[in-house]
Design a binder for this molecule. Structure first.
Ligand SMILES: CC(C)(COP(=O)(O)OP(=O)(O)OC[C@H]1O[C@@H](n2cnc3c(N)ncnc32)[C@H](O)[C@@H]1OP(=O)(O)O)[C@@H](O)C(=O)NCCC(=O)NCCS
Length: 206
């Protein structure tokens, strides 16, 4: 029998194994320097410029949206709709001091009863990299994945060339499992994806 709990009037549903299957209110997360918050269509200018960052384009293997309308469509598809449809969640990463949106992080490909796992993705604006900010955001998001969503396994696919992201995954305690050889194709070449994972029983908050 499924359990339904009301959080501020919105139904949160857990299945027979006490795992989350439907979100309630959007879970805003706070860290020392960041707020992880729900995104909306007013974030379109940020999203257009963020998705046009050459490193983000290259590491996500997705061309920049050509117009603001296409950026809005992608923002809906990847950052807004998944939470509303209970298929995943994407937070906007905002600085607490300036309240400026500087990146995104979240879960997609959420598998419920048949595995209790999800894929994690993240990206940060160029000028905010290498300050430990994604370590902070990931710590909060992983904690929510294991405790809030009650996932058993979190997976990250990382391009073989993406050394900062591999360092980040290892630092958080993810294990390298192997490589999906030539798993992606972008701009005329095949790319290797390295698979990293963490299980709930392995999670140690840094
Ligand atoms: C990957 C990304 C999110 C990392 O964010 P970040 O805030 O810079 O991460 P942090 O500062 O918390 O940690 C990065 C780590 O990588 C290390 N690093 C940075 N550049 C590196 C390099 N060229 N080689 C090896 N390690 C590197 C840093 O030293 C740091 O580790 P440390 O804290 O042990 O010193 C950011 O680079 C990014 O947004 N890149 C573009 C999008 C992307 O690649 N997303 C991930 C897709 S899987």
């Amino acid at each position: 029998m499924r359990t339904t709990v009301l959080v501020r009037g919105v139904a949160v549903k857990y299945d027979d194994n006490d795992r989350l299957v439907a979100f309630g209110d959007f879970p805003t997360l706070e860290t020392a320097r960041l707020t992880l918050r729900e995104m909306n269509l007013d974030d379109d200018e940020f999203y257009l410029s963020h998705c046009s960052d050459p490193v983000v384009v290259d590491m996500m293997a997705r061309d920049a949206p050509a117009t603001i309308d296409l950026a809005r469509r992608r923002l809906s598809t990847y950052c807004i709709d998944p939470f509303r449809e209970n298929t995943g969640i994407r937070w906007g990463i905002e600085t607490r001091d300036e309240r400026k949106l500087i990146g995104t992080i979240g879960y997609h490909d959420w598998v419920k009863e048949r595995g209790y796992n999800a894929r994690m993705g993240y990206d940060l604006m160029n000028e905010y990299r290498n300050k430990g900010l994604m370590t902070e955001a990931m710590t909060a998001a992983v904690e929510f994945g294991f405790t809030g969503m009650r996932l058993n396994r979190i997976v990250i696919h990382i391009d073989r060339r993406n050394l900062p992201s591999q360092a980040l995954a290892r630092k958080l305690g993810f294990t390298y499992e192997g490589t999906l050889r030539e798993n992606a194709y972008f701009h005329g070449r095949f790319l290797d994806d390295m698979v990293f994972s963490m299980l709930a029983k392995e999670w140690r908050r840094p």
